[in-house]
Write a protein that binds this ligand. Structure first.
Ligand code: SIN
Length: 290
């Protein structure tokens, strides 16, 4: 493979220019890029990819099965109106509406720290976001390296966290982030609630990461509400310290791939509706965290 690879920030992330996935979205090049992504700590930016939705899906399947794939589970019902009408594997993020006034994607998606789909028993592994239209400035996405955050904790804190588990519940985001009428009540009935270790081990690298997020984590199992809030409050402040962050400024046709098992993200909503931002995301189903 012949391409330019640069580090994005110390500790994690790489960016690639000089490749064209349209010629080989489902082939050897794509398979090799999965290895590059792993070596980069699960954070990879591939510039200048003019991919169709089909090519985006074919590329994404190299990482694993996708939410919405035939015989696989979809994302939560609440976002079903934002799924691409022709491609159930694609979740759309958009600040635009079509001629009938229907949103062409979820507006303000992920404008809070979270790890995609952490409220399921098998949360997301990679998310693969294609920036089809991006504002001239604003609309950045910030990523936080949770393996580095875990490793920088004191041994005493690591020991304290080791046996703890936390509940992740879509209801946390639904109550705060989603306009009430679009939240599907079934989503609040338990299908989107899961108990996960606060420290998880990456199945491929063996590295440990913090795995709680303000978007979806409701509380630590077995703790009183104020005890849980105090521990989570510390972790939420700590785990987004500047040295753990990479802030991505989008260029049109960027394909950005992150590993939700070790990275949280936050979409910055500092652009207006006259500055179109349209993204398509494939989301890979991961394993049960351990
Ligand atoms: C997401 O949370 O997947 C959306 C990220 C973004 O729009 O930058």
């Amino acid at each position: 493979m012949d391409y330019e690879l640069h580090s994005l920030t110390p500790g994690f992330g790489a960016e690639i220019s000089g490749i064209d996935l349209t010629a080989d979205a489902g082939g050897n090049l794509a398979a090799d890029l999965v290895g590059v992504w792993r070596d980069a700590g699960g954070m990879l930016v591939i510039h200048d990819q003019d991919l169709s939705s089909e090519q985006h899906i074919a590329f994404s399947r190299h990482f694993g099965p996708l939410f919405g794939d035939p015989n696989e589970v979809p994302l939560q019902d609440t976002v079903s109106r934002y799924i691409h009408p022709d491609f159930p594997e694609i979740y759309r993020v958009s600040n635009q509406v079509d001629a009938d006034g229907e949103p062409t994607g979820r507006k303000g998606a992920g404008t809070y720290w979270h790890s995609d789909v952490s409220f399921r028993d098998r949360p997301a592994q990679a998310s693969i976001l294609h920036g089809k239209r991006v504002p001239p400035t604003g609309g950045d996405t910030i990523f936080a390296n949770q393996a580095a955050a875990y490793e920088a904790l004191s041994d005493s804190m690591k020991e304290m966290l080791a046996p703890l588990q936390a509940w992740h519940d879509f209801e946390v985001a639904a109550r705060t982030q989603y306009a009430k009428p679009v939240v599907v009540e079934d989503d609040m009935a338990g299908a989107n609630r899961a108990l996960h270790p606060i420290v998880r081990t990456h199945p491929e690298s063996g590295r440990k990461s913090l795995f709680v997020n303000p978007g979806f984590t409701s509380h630590i199992d077995g703790f009183a509400g104020d005890e849980s809030a105090a521990i989570l409050g510390f972790l939420y402040d700590y785990c987004i310290r500047p040295e753990f962050l990479y802030r991505h400024r989008w260029r049109e046709k960027d394909l950005v791939i992150w590993d939700n098992r070790a990275i949280m993200h936050f979409a910055v909503m500092n652009y207006t509706d006259d500055q179109p931002r349209y993204m398509e995301r494939c989301t890979v189903i991961g394993e049960r965290p351990v």
